[in-house]
Design a protein around this ligand. Sequence first.
Ligand code: MN
Length: 734
Amino acid sequence: MVEIDEEAEKKEILNRYRQLLRISKDIREPGDDREIRKAFELALRAHRNMRRKSGEPYIYHPIAVARIAVEEIGLGTTSIVSALLHDVVEDSDIPLEHIRKEFGPKVANIIHGLTKISGVFDQSNSPQAENFRHMLLTLSDDVRVILIKLCDRLHNMRTLEHMSEKGQLKIASETLYLYAPLAHRLGLYAIKTELEDLALKYTEPEMYKQIKTKLNETREQRTRYIRSFIRPLKMELDHLGIEYEIKGRPKSIYSILSKMRKQQVEFEQVYDLFAIRIIVNSLPEVEKRDCWNVYSIVTSIYRPNPDRLRDWISNPKGNGYESLHTTVMGPRGKWVEIQIRSTRMDEIAEKGYAAHWRYKEGNSNESGFDLWLERVREILENSAENAVDFLNDFKLNLYSKEVFVFTPKGDLKKLPMNSTTLDFAFDIHTEVGSKCIGAKVNNKLVPISHVLQNGDQVEIITSAKQKPNKGWLDFVITGKAKGRIKHALKEEKRKLVEEGKEVVIRKLRQAKVPKTTENMRIICLHFDQPSEADFYVFVARNGFPKTDQPLRNVIQGYKDRAEQGRHRNDTAPEHITEKKSGELIIGESADLNMDYEFAKCCSPIPGDEVVGFITVGEGIKIHRTNCKNAIRLMSNYGYRIIKARWAGYPIHEIRFNAGIQITGIDSPGLVSKVTDVISKDLQINMQSISFSAKDGAFVGNLTLEVDSTGHLDELIEKIKKIDQYIQVKRVDVN
Ligand code: MN
């Protein structure tokens, strides 16, 4: 048993408290130290007989958490007070009301939030998604709750060695699974990296030790390399009188291990074990220019890999990260990653926006901090209902990349990777999305399904006649576009049903036919409509179909036949049978008096085997003989068939719509090759086009204007030649 020297301990507690005051000196306002003193004394009283697992006085922990909040995130007095008190309500009989009375509602709310997290989260056996989500959602009205929770977790991780092995594993995995991604999402890179490395130490102690040892063994060699690498850089930078700092730092153990796993390589083969960071000390007004200056110096000395330039300065990441990244070829053929940023950017990158806000207090940068908090709140609130989805979203959002594109006026839009022109259109405005028929991307005409690339300038082309269709859902990826399209489709159908129903009701009243279920069933049957709703939609689009005898009689006819037990419709109207003998020659002037149309279901084109079908009220419909509908009609109503053939083709200048479906193995640029062949080589108009890809295979549905089957066959052959894996078949126009 070790004797505890109470006097020495008291001294040490005061010591640590004074350190806290010292480091927060710059951020405190008059009167703040009284609040902090009050909080410290209350915490001291609440935890007076408590010790941590390490045997140390418990009060060390809240002091340490407050220190992290100041030093590593840059939070202020409210956070210091809250951090000092964060375990008070939970671990003592001091009620929240007391804290509210003493420190006001703001601090009380934060403490309440923090206490709730422990309640729902820390004491459960596993990192339950629901609890975590709950914590984020209910508490996000003050983001400091989450930030202090991260400080708390970081200190617990730093002192994890005193826990039982089982406790270590639980806390370490929670940290990897939830807290490190959260820190990353909030732009707290330094904390994220430390959390990851600390967690790894407990979840995979062997790997952790191995990599750590190897990093130590190679340190000297690495330092020498870094020194020789930066020597010419320094000379040049000094020469130009730029104020800067260069750091050459090994990457974190966690990120090295991830790389080894992802690339299936050994430690020795991970080429970028370290990154060089050049931090320019310049004023905000000129920092951007200075960074690019440094970039040009670096790349005039070392050859850059053009694919690895990342400009997060012009377009900061969603979490506020700003930096210029490039990879250059260093001595002895080694690729070296270089990060270029200003002091301000470095602060933000390491400590998040809060630090920056502190750093520049008094300037107009407070709005930046508010923006950041706003973004945090957005991240937390914009999540799916279900907790598992939420976590997936959370992780997905974290790793998914963004593309930056421009409007014609040069405004920047940030969209998720793989967004299409249509996503962009909906991002601008629902109306623009709904009327979008295509776009010009960098002045080149592209379809609405075109996938946008970084830096594209996009001009949306709209048409008053355009409206959303179901096929659009195959290629939009943003939630916004999906939601709006679905809504529009539902809305349209509802409207059409409404409109059609009104017409039908009026028509039935005129015809003196009561609107009974039975009558509606007969009407649907008679007009070949699968359901009442479909019939209403049909009527809304085409008007009430004509009948050659009063509707009453038509219905009565069905009823009579049903009564007589006759199931065959062999009582066709007189004049239709008369036409039966004739042959319809399509495209010949002689048949002009014959009223015919091409069936929409199979869209025949010249050269197809066709058949005419006499409809009730809509003249003659030309179907392809292999059309499913035609086959059904022919077998049921044989007497209404009329022979038909083409007079010759192509017919004058008339173009017909034909559908084709293209399937194949997805490869970059393939879709644009296909559309190029169609629109450029063959000068064929595309009425509609949609491509979707899944698991490396793609399916494209296109409606094209052709003049004959010969024309279409020629086109299909050409498309097949683009790529050996492409398959093309004709399909019905949809
Ligand atoms: Mn704690």
